[in-house]
Design a protein. Structure first.
Length: 358
C-alpha cells in the first residue's frame, strides 16, 4: 500500500537524513536516530549524491534483465492468438501445443497476457480484438442537436403465449405452434426507436419490417413526437449502416425535415450506444418484463412503458431525473389507445412531412 508522501523514511524523510549527513554528522549516528541500518542510509546517500531528489524515490524490484523470459516471437504469437480467439491461458496453451508444437505452461501464458495488458476479457474489444479504448462519452448541449435511431428485431408472441411463458415442450408451447389464427410461425416485430441525445427522450413503434420506406415514415412520425415536446428543429440523425438507412426514402425523409445524416463506424455499435442501451431497457422492462398472452397485448403495453420511461423513470446520466426534465415541453403523453401504427401495404405510400404536420 502506498505511504503518505510526507511520512518518515519516504522520499521526504530520506532527504532530511541525507541533508544531515551533508552537514558532516556521522552517518552511523544519523542512521541510529532514524532507526535504520548504516548500510541502508549509505545507499540512500549515494543515490542522493548521484541523482538528487529523484534518486530517493522507490526503485522497481523488477530485474534489469530476464534471460529466462519467453522468446519475443512466441509472445507475439500468444498475443495474436488471444486477440483472434479471446481464449484463456489454459486453452491458448493447448492451442500452442497442438497446432504450433510449442509447449508453454498456462501460467506462463497468463504472465505473457499480463505483460501485454490483455489478460482480462474486458481489456479487448469483443468484435475486433483490439485493445479496448478509453470510453469517450459525449452529450450534445441541447435537445434536437442529435437523434439516435435504430431497429431491434424481436419474435412475436403467439396467441396464448409461447414457450417463453409456458416452457419448452409444455401444453401451452404446443398449442402456440398450431396453425390457428395468431399461432404457428408468426414472424417478428421490428422495434423502430428514436432517442434524443441530450434529453434521452425516446419514441418507439412496433412495425412489420425494416424497409427503407418504413424507416422513413417512422422518422417523420418521430419528428412529430419530438415537436410535441418543443423540439422543433432536429439537426442530426445518427444511425448504423443498415440497408433501410441507405435507402432513397430515408434520405428524402431527412431532407424534408432539414436533418443531416450521420453514420456510425461499421461494426461499432458503441458509437450509437445511447439508443443501444435504451433498447436493452426496452427489452427488460417492457418486452420481457412479464408474460403476455399475445403480441397485441404486448403492443398495447408499449405506450404505458414509454410514458413511464420519458416522464417518471429516473435516469442516472441525468442526475436521476427523467428525460422529460430536459425538454422544453413536458405535458404531452401518449394516449391510452396506444401508438397508432399505420397499415403497411405491399407497396407503401411515401408520407411527406407536410402530410403528418397538417
Amino acid at each position: 500500500m502506498p505511504s503518505h508522501p510526507n511520512a518518515p523514511l519516504t522520499a521526504a524523510g530520506r532527504r532530511r537524513l541525507c541533508e544531515r549527513v551533508d552537514q558532516r554528522r556521522p552517518i552511523a549516528h544519523v542512521a541510529s536516530e532514524a532507526g535504520i541500518s548504516r548500510r541502508c542510509l549509505a545507499k540512500w546517500h549515494a543515490r542522493w549524491v548521484e541523482a538528487g531528489p529523484a534518486g530517493l524515490l522507490d526503485h522497481s524490484s523488477a530485474p534489469n534483465s530476464s534471460p529466462g523470459q519467453t522468446d519475443p516471437e512466441i509472445e507475439q504469437l500468444v498475443e495474436s492468438l488471444r486477440r483472434q480467439t479471446k481464449y484463456g491461458a489454459a486453452r491458448l496453451s493447448a492451442v500452442l501445443r497442438d497446432e504450433h508444437r510449442i509447449v508453454i505452461a498456462p501460467v506462463t501464458v497468463h504472465r505473457i497476457l499480463v505483460r501485454k495488458g490483455i489478460s482480462r476479457v474486458s481489456d479487448l474489444d469483443p468484435p475486433t480484438g483490439e485493445q479496448l479504448r478509453t470510453v469517450l462519452r459525449f452529450e450534445h448541449d441541447e435537445a434536437g442537436s442529435m437523434i439516435h435511431v435504430d431497429v431491434k428485431k424481436i419474435g412475436r408472441i403467439p396467441t396464448g403465449g409461447g414457450w417463453w411463458a409456458h416452457g419448452r415442450g409444455s401444453d401451452g408451447h404446443r398449442a402456440s405452434k398450431r396453425q390457428g389464427e395468431g399461432t404457428g410461425r408468426i414472424g417478428y416485430t421490428y422495434l423502430h426507436s428514436a432517442l434524443d441525445d441530450h434529453s434521452r427522450l425516446a419514441y418507439t413503434e412496433p412495425l412489420e419490417n425494416e424497409k427503407g420506406v418504413t424507416a422513413a415514415d417512422f422518422w417523420l412520425r418521430s419528428v412529430v413526437f419530438f415537436a410535441e415536446h418543443g423540439i422543433t428543429s432536429i439537426r442530426r440523425a445518427l444511425t448504423d449502416n443498415g440497408s433501410c438507412y441507405r435507402s432513397k426514402a430515408w434520405a428524402k425523409a431527412l431532407q424534408d425535415t432539414g436533418t443531416v445524416h450521420k453514420r456510425t463506424k461499421p461494426y461499432t455499435p458503441r458509437t450509437n450506444g445511447k439508443v443501444e442501451r435504451y433498447q436493452g431497457t426496452l427489452a427488460r422492462e417492457w418486452a420481457y418484463v412479464r408474460e403476455y398472452d399475445s403480441e397485441a397485448e404486448r403492443r398495447a403495453a408499449l405506450p404505458g412503458f414509454l410514458n413511464f420511461y420519458n416522464y417518471e423513470r429516473p435516469h442516472s446520466a441525468l442526475g436521476h431525473r427523467p428525460p422529460a426534465s430536459r425538454v422544453p415541453l413536458s405535458t404531452y403523453r401518449l394516449t391510452a389507445e396506444g401508438i397508432i401504427v399505420p397499415d403497411i401495404p405491399e407497396r407503401p405510400l411515401q408520407l411527406s412531412f407536410d402530410d403528418l404536420t397538417a
